[in-house]
Design a protein around this ligand. Structure first.
Ligand code: 5AD
Length: 421
């Protein structure tokens, strides 16, 4: 579900309250929260107050979603200004994207701030909160960067049973209020189309949740079956749009063409598409990254999932270096400039790259969603795509971004459909 900037109550007037957000004052409906008093902090979506929030948590969220920077035209080049202007209405060329990726110092900060501002203007501070359950670390692939690759014989492998998966999903929805969950695994044929379809169907018959699958290249029939079973979205990164780099990183006959074929039929099946790439892969150039961004522009996925490459031991790329956080932030900002309403989650890999500042800085560069790992504790460390995976501190995001009252869910759904419709 989504979280938005907290507001402070100035005055309660019956079933309404006058609230303040920054310098802006407006009236909200407090029907759902009759106990609200003056000076309380509230979370409001579409004029409807959904939840009271403690002041210290409100301050943390305000800090994370702060935007105050306005580009000083004296301190950036004319080229920078004209590229940013152009991005407001048109796509950018590879050269222009490369220019933005190479910015440093003040221009870099200005780029990130433009990404933040574009998020603000177009999605009004909605930060969406999703969960991921990693149900199997078996994988039949040998991707050079990935700690789960099948050649890693030192890794203890696990598979969650059908019952375990269903139970985890139901707990995440009923106890925590998650509304969108990703079921992820290595490419693991143990989960036949029938088995996964049964899992999806049973979940959908028991709780209201959007289910995304992130299970690799399983072919058209598999995905058609899962779509009918009730899966809503697919998370499948193309990893890099450079064909020869893709081939080097993915031995065993994987091809970029087959990956794009998947994305194309998945889109036609009506799935919500989440795709993206890795930033900082060994051998990847700045021009490659610009092409990856252009590929996003041509695919137009609903969700753009990008993250830094993090060297993983027990892989051939273990001695390589991860990219600089700034490069990843620049990629986020450029994607936000070009895809104003796309959902851009802060990846766990980015949080791993900079556990202290990664999340805040990604949001302040244009990201607008968080992804929390909900895999049962006993399996979590075994899902070792790369080492020291960030253990998300859910609060206050999880505490306030998710709400489990059906009544507020229904009211909200109604309002949002009125707004969109
Ligand atoms: N660093 C960062 N991300 C990785 N992934 C796999 N290995 C790594 C790594 N070493 C990502 C891939 C894949 C997703 C499930 O995990 O992009 O699509």
């Amino acid at each position: 579900m989504c979280l938005t900037i907290p507001v402070q109550v100035q005055r309660v007037i019956g079933k309404k309250a006058l609230v303040k957000r920054g310098e802006e004052e407006f009236v909200v409906d407090i029907t759902l929260l009759p106990e609200v008093r003056d000076r309380d902090w509230l979370l409001v979506i579409s004029g409807l107050a959904l939840k009271k929030i403690e002041e210290k948590d409100a301050q943390e969220i305000l800090e994370f979603l702060r935007y105050s920077f306005i580009t000083d035209p004296q301190r950036v080049s004319e080229r920078f200004t004209s590229i940013i202007q152009k991005s407001k209405t048109q796509p950018l060329t590879q050269d222009e994207i490369v220019y933005l990726l190479n910015t440093e110092g003040y221009e870099k900060e200005a780029l990130l701030a433009e990404g933040n501002m574009t998020r603000m203007v177009n999605i009004k501070d909605f930060i969406c909160i999703h969960g991921v359950i990693e149900f199997s670390n078996y994988c039949s692939n040998d991707c050079l960067y990935c700690g789960l690759h099948k050649g890693n014989k030192d890794l203890v492998r696990y598979r969650m049973t059908k019952e375990e998966i269903i139970e985890e999903v139901i707990a995440a929805v009923e106890n925590k209020g998650y509304k969108l969950l990703v079921l992820q695994s290595g490419e693991d044929e143990f989960y036949t189309p029938d088995l996964l379809a049964e899992i999806v169907q049973e979940i959908k018959s028991r709780v209201r949740v959007f289910l995304f699958l992130s299970v690799g290249e399983r072919g058209e029939e598999f995905y058609a079956k899962l779509r009918s079973a009730g899966a809503s979205g697919i998370l499948l990164r193309f990893e890099t749009a450079n064909q020869s780099l893709f081939a080097k990183l993915h031995p065993n006959g994987k091809s970029l063409a087959k990956r794009f074929e998947h994305l194309s039929f998945l889109q036609k099946m009506g799935y919500f598409i989440a795709t993206g790439f890795l930033v900082g892969l060994p051998g990847q150039t700045i021009e490659d990254i610009a092409n990856d961004i252009l590929t996003i522009t041509s695919l137009k996925p609903e969700m753009v999932s990008i993250g830094p490459f993090i060297p993983s031991d027990k892989t051939p790329l273990a001695p390589c270096q991860p990219p600089n956080l700034d490069l990843v932030l620049k990629v986020i900002a450029i994607i936000r400039l070009l895809h104003k309403r796309a959902r851009i989650p802060v990846s766990t890999a980015l949080e791993t790259l900079d556990p202290k500042e990664g999340r805040r800085r990604a949001l302040q560069s244009g990201a607008n969603a968080l992804m929390f790992i909900l895999t049962p504790q006993k399996y979590r460390a075994l899902y070792s795509l790369y080492p020291n995976r960030y253990q998300a501190k859910g609060e206050p995001w999880e505490k306030y971004g998710l709400f489990k009252y059906e009544k507020s869910y229904d009211m909200l759904e109604e309002r949002l459909s009125q707004e969109i419709g």
